[in-house]
Design a binder for this molecule. Sequence first.
Ligand code: ZN
Length: 138
Amino acid sequence: MPSPELLAKLRAARFANAAPTFVRDAVGNDAMYIGGTIMAWWFLTPDGRVLVYPDEDPGAQVRELHGGDATWLLANCAWSLGVPELLDLLPPAPAASTPCPHCEGTRYLARNNLDHTRACDHCRGLGWLRLDILVLTK
Ligand SMILES: [Zn+2]
C-alpha cells in the first residue's frame, strides 16, 4: 500500500496532471499518474493497484497489472520519475531467494547503446529471484 507521504509526493509532482481528462476520468481521479509511453498511461491507486490506460483515444479499457508486470512497471517508474519510494511497494525478498544474478540485485540493467536504464527483465525489478524458480530456469 502506498504511504500517505508517497501519495502526497506523487500528487504534488510536476507530472501529476500529465494525463488528459478522458484518461483521468477512466482510471478514477484518486489514481496517481506515474508514467507512460506514447500510447499508454500508467497509474497507482491509493490502495496500491497499478492501472494502465492502454490507448491514446477515449473509450479504451483500463487494465490492472499484477505480479511481475506490476513490479517491473513500478521499478521503471521509480527510476524514470526519480521517486525511489515506489520501490517500497515491491515485495521484500523471501528467505528462499537469492540476489538476481542478471542485475546483481540492483533491480536495473543498462540498455546497450542507449543512455537509459530499465528494470531487470529477469527479476522484474525485484532484485531477487526465488530459489525454486532459479533452479528451474538454469
Ligand atoms: Zn534482476
